[in-house]
Ligand binder design. Structure first.
Ligand code: ATP
Ligand code: OAA
Ligand code: CA
Ligand code: MN
Length: 683
């Protein structure tokens, strides 16, 4: 298990590759014990009759089968005794017994699960209800102080809830396979799961509590992802989720961290009903060490994931059976009516998009890696544009694939894991991701061969959005701790299904801001009934679904940081070439990788450039390993008129999208704002 207290902030030292991989690697090196099929010489000489007795092994030290079973499991090591130095600052600061510490931990969980209308939290007990013999005593429920006195006893107050607290991947596998339909071990050891009816996020069902503070702080209204709800309705949904969770025999609780920058680390608690959700978050958040867990105390933020249970459509604001609700004042998030695990990941990202800018730290929907010489690159882009694929690079250190912070210290990953798209995954093209799909990895909604359990990554029967969630140290050259110096290159990825954006262009600062605020990509809607027109998506800051403040706030911070640290920006089209979707083809991943290599090495900075019409993009005339004729997209279309028409069409879409931003100032510098507005397409 990686420990983030190995973090040497500011040093950016690399951990050796044995540190970066899990214990699994060691097991493999030791190999399996040899099977002895023949007796050795001494044993043969001692044999004086021809009858074979099976007395070679020593007998087990058990009289009964129960005793035998109890021999199998070693009790977990009692945790390190707390000393004054190890317990600094946390809630459990005095030296306390292990028993007392566990009691406090369970009381904290009871408090998290407390209904706001009853006097106490539920009675909780640690451990699996199926293992009756091992069940420890019930912890007295947490009393909470601001209760409205109503009923003193109820059936729910009589029952108790088992808490499966920070289980290990192996324990979560057992829970999933035993109790959750659709859970299987694949041939590579990953856990195949189904996320149910929802196989992607539900942005239209995401609501944020609008109160005195947030009504001024956040971005509301047209274009904003923050759909409002009031505090009272939030409490109704919270109560619904808590009652559902407490009605279950057992719930999973994860206490983990966000952000590898120790100065800005956030403690999160995730309460969920499925082993799938618990393992997903185990992989995606930063995993605390035993000692960090002992000192965890009260979480900074809590997720109540009651995804199996719908919201009540008669509740105010509810427009479907799904509701994902964020309350920044209460530091809570409630999930009803969707089991898609990505809601938790991206819900926490939304939280960071609020908390970090308040501290002058820029939160980014980007991948991030670092070269051997410490050169850092950021990869921005909407879903499916290549953040995970291109930041996972065998020749570079992976800092993270999706969510980062850029502070005065440099960059830090928010997460402890990666979430890779799996559709059409091929070992040759993406070997590091392929190899990360092993024991411990959650594989969502994939299809496998019934008998061999071999995954068919081309199969879209359940969904096209098949995913793998794995701890970052499953990538062999992960940079642990996941922090790095200030970025040298900023790469804006766009998957242009219109096929008119060049495979790579160099951007000036105004163009960078223009394209960052635009956040363009084009997807192809509905591939089933033949060829469809691509649809352009504009998503501010390459992640409008997750930002909490107005996009210009993030853009101003990015401009300031890029200027200060001298970063160069690039626009890379990972989409179509030689025509739009249906006529042309997606640019070969091998070519995109060559382009990215040339950016990292600095070679592309030295290239000769030509300016394109309409978009005014600087395109290189040559990139090593890439056929020069594809660098100018106009060359690759057989029908030149169709190209011109499509280019103009896309330029028009950019213009229309940017209209809403022309009235906003980006930062304090009005000159920069004017420059940005005119850095878009000209026609
Ligand atoms: N030229 C290319 N460049 C990058 N990716 C490509 C290219 N051609 C095909 N692909 C495929 O496109 C997909 C890119 O998805 P990826 O997981 O990197 O998205 P992402 O940006 O990380 O999105 P999300 O934020 O949803 O995780 C992969 O399946 C990859 O194999
Ligand atoms: O959150 C998800 O479902 C996947 C993801 O990374 C994104 O959409 O950006
Ligand atoms: Ca990704
Ligand atoms: Mn993402």
């Amino acid at each position: 298990m990686p420990s983030n207290n190995e973090a040497k902030n500011g040093e950016f030292s690399f951990s050796s590759s044995t540190n970066a991989t899990s214990g699994g690697a060691k097991v493999r090196q030791m190999g399996l014990p040899k099977i002895q099929t023949q007796k050795n010489k001494e044993e043969l000489e001692g044999d004086n009759n021809e009858v074979c007795h099976d007395d070679s092994a020593t007998p087990v030290k058990a009289q009964t089968i129960d005793e035998l079973h109890s021999l199998q499991k070693k009790r977990s090591q009692p945790t390190t005794p707390l000393t004054a130095t190890t317990a600094g600052g946390a809630a459990f600061s005095s030296a306390i017994s292990e028993e007392e510490r566990q009691k406090q931990q369970m009381q904290s969980i009871s408090a998290s699960l407390a209904s706001l209308t009853r006097e106490t939290g539920p009675k909780v007990v640690r451990g699996d209800p199926a293992k009756k013999a091992e069940t420890p005593r019930v912890v007295q429920p947490a009393v909470h102080h601001h209760f409205t006195p109503t009923i003193t006893t109820s059936d729910s107050a009589l029952k108790f809830t088992h808490i499966l607290y920070n289980l290990s991947p192996a324990e979560l596998y057992e829970q999933a396979i035993k109790y959750e339909k659709g859970s299987y071990i694949t041939s590579s050891g990953a856990l195949a799961t189904l996320s149910g009816a929802k196989t992607g996020r539900s942005p239209k069902d995401k609501r944020v509590v609008k109160d005195e503070t947030t009504s001024n702080d956040l971005w509301w209204g047209k274009g904003s992802p923050n759909i409002e709800m009031d505090e009272q309705t939030f409490l109704v949904n919270r109560e619904r989720a808590v009652d559902y969770l407490c009605s279950l025999e057992k719930v999973f609780v994860n206490d983990q961290f966000l952000n590898w920058d120790p100065e800005h680390r956030i403690k999160v608690r995730i309460v969920s009903a499925r082993a799938y959700h618990s393992l997903f978050m185990h992989n995606m958040c930063i995993r605390p060490t035993t000692e960090e867990l002992e000192n965890f105390g009260t979480p900074d933020f809590t997720i109540y994931n009651a995804g199996q249970f719908p919201c009540n459509r008669y509740t105010h604001y509810m427009t479907s059976s799904t509701s994902i609700d964020l309350n920044l004042a209460r530091k809570e998030m409630v999930i009803l009516g969707t089991q898609y695990a990505g809601e938790m990941k991206k819900g926490l990202f939304g939280l960071m998009h609020y908390l970090m800018p308040k501290r002058g730290i820029l939160s980014l929907h980007s991948g991030c890696n670092m070269g051997k010489d410490g050169d850092v690159a950021l990869f921005f882009g909407l879903s499916g544009t290549g953040k995970t694929t291109l930041s996972t690079d065998h020749n570079r250190y992976l800092i993270g694939d999706d969510e980062h912070c850029w502070s005065d210290n440099g960059v830090s990953n928010i997460e402890g894991g990666c979430y890779a798209k799996c559709i059409d995954l091929a070992r040759e093209k993406e070997p590091d991701i392929w190899n990360a799909i092993k024991f411990g990895t959650v594989l969502e909604n994939i299809v496998f061969e019934e008998h061999t359990r071999e995954v068919d990554y081309t199969d879209k029967s359940v969904t096209e959005n098949t995913r793998a969630a794995y701890p970052i140290e499953y990538i062999p050259n992960a940079k642990i701790p996941c922090v790095g110096p200030h970025p040298k290159n900023v790469i804006l990825l766009s998957c242009d299904a219109f096929g008119v954006l060049p495979p790579v262009s160099k951007l000036n600062l105004a163009q960078t801001m223009y394209h960052f605020i635009s956040g363009y990509t084009a997807v192809v809607a509905g591939t089933e009934d033949g060829i469809k027109e691509p649809t352009a998506t504009f998503s501010a800051c390459f992640g409008a679904a997750f930002i909490m403040l107005h996009p210009t706030k993030y853009a101003a911070m990015l401009a300031e940081k890029m200027q200060k640290h001298g970063a160069t920006a690039w626009l890379v089209n990972t989409g179509w070439s030689g025509g739009s979707y249906g006529k042309g083809n997606r640019i070969k991943l091998a070519y995109t990788r060559k382009i990215i290599d040339a950016i990292h090495s600095g070679a592309l900075l030295e290239a000769n450039y030509k300016k394109t019409e309409i978009f005014g993009l600087e395109i290189p005339t040559e990139v090593e390993g890439v056929p020069s004729e594809i660098l100018n997209p106009g060359n690759t279309w057989t029908n030149k008129d169709a190209y011109d028409e499509t280019l103009l069409k896309l330029a028009g879409l950019f213009k229309r999208n940017f209209d809403v931003f022309t009235n906003y100032n980006i930062g304090t510098d009005n000159a920069l704002t004017q420059e940005i507005v005119s850095a878009g397409p000209n026609f």
